[in-house]
Design a protein around this ligand. Structure first.
Ligand code: PHE
Length: 334
């Protein structure tokens, strides 16, 4: 067993299966968002919590934060309508059991208002709205970090950090993907955008060409930006890729560690998601836990670019995948 603690319980009010997985507290208390989404079986939610919490340990270590990795997953059965408040109070009760070994935050399917409800049952919550004493929505900061990462990737791969005219496909226009669309449009990138939901109006508003998720995945672009759910890079999909590089905020983009090797063999530069996606976590914890000044927080966020650049250089110099370099750093962060 690799995880320190896994707690799954049926919510007293909602009846829904809630899992909190604490992967590691070696560096400090575990942090990681609360994901509320559909899974075919509750056990699929448990499995996802295990994977996502392990990724958070890496994310915190690479970001140099005194935190470990954890995650909450609420597995909503297909077609089930959620009593949101009941569910969030149940999540709060579950987190309260861990008595500070884990603190939650927003993730897929949750936002600041939800954090305020969870906070009615536990103090171990990041990203409540500013009006409720928290650091607020983290998705814009995650996007800022991704932009810094995209510049580092383009500098490394194409010799220029300038995003103007770069062909970029964004896969997923949710909270973070939507911010990225806006930021990349401002940078004058040439954009393709896709989502499983119909968000073509949003795409059009930023001058992006709307395509299907399949077409985004196999688009002939400079950079593919995965900004939806994980597991999209598989031996099958990697064979059909036509991008030169991949960097995005989706967690756990690889179906399995070995897929990093397949990307490398195809000459596709993959920026590990634990580095690229850390902006939201970095912002929230720098503000709420470390009480840093806005300038310090900003420097940390933009530091994602420098961290990634160093990882890409080390990988290139050693003939390694960036994923292998990241694994070494996580094993020995300092
Ligand atoms: N969802 C964020 C992530 O995957 C986690 C997060 C935790 C964000 C705490 C803000 C605060 O990195």
């Amino acid at each position: 067993m690799e995880h320190e603690l896994v707690l799954t319980q049926r919510g007293r009010r909602s009846g829904l299966p809630i899992t909190v997985a604490v992967h590691s507290t070696a560096r400090g208390p575990a942090a990681g968002g609360c994901r509320v989404t559909h899974y075919p079986q509750w056990r699929d939610g448990v499995a996802d919590a295990l994977r996502l919490s392990a990724a958070m340990t890496g994310k915190c270590a690479i970001a140099g934060l005194p935190l470990g990795g954890g995650k909450t997953v609420v597995a909503v059965p297909p077609g089930h309508t959620v009593d949101r408040r009941a569910l969030l109070l149940d999540v709060g009760d579950t987190i309260a059991v861990l008595d500070g070994r884990y603190a939650t935050g927003p993730d897929v399917g949750t936002g600041p208002d939800d954090m305020a409800v969870i906070a009615e049952r536990t103090t171990h919550v990041f990203c409540r709205p500013a009006s409720a004493g928290g650091s607020g929505d983290s998705s814009g900061h995650t996007a800022t970090g991704v932009l810094a990462a995209l510049r580092a990737v383009c500098e490394h791969r194409f010799g220029s950090a300038d995003l103007a005219g770069r062909r970029v496909a964004i896969l997923g226009l949710g909270r973070v993907g939507g911010h990225l669309l806006r930021l990349l449009a401002t940078e004058k990138a040439q954009l393709l955008a896709a989502d499983v939901e119909d968000r073509r109006a949003l795409a059009a508003a930023h001058g992006a060409t709307w395509v299907s998720p399949q077409d985004a995945l196999s688009a002939d672009v400079d950079v593919l930006v995965p900004a939806a759910l994980g597991g999209l890079l598989t031996p099958h999909t990697v064979a059909g890729l036509r991008c030169a590089a991949i960097a995005g905020p989706a967690n756990n983009q690889l179906d399995a560690p070995a897929t990093a090797g397949l990307l490398h063999e195809r000459g596709i530069l993959w920026a590990p998601d634990v580095v690229v996606s850390a902006g939201g976590l970095i912002h929230a914890t720098a503000v709420e836990l470390l009480h840093e000044t806005p300038a310090q927080v900003d420097a940390r966020l933009h530091g994602i670019g420098a961290t990634l650049a160093a990882i890409l250089r080390t990988a290139a110099a050693g003939g390694l995948t960036p994923a292998a370099v990241v694994d070494r750093l996580i094993a020995r962060p300092d």
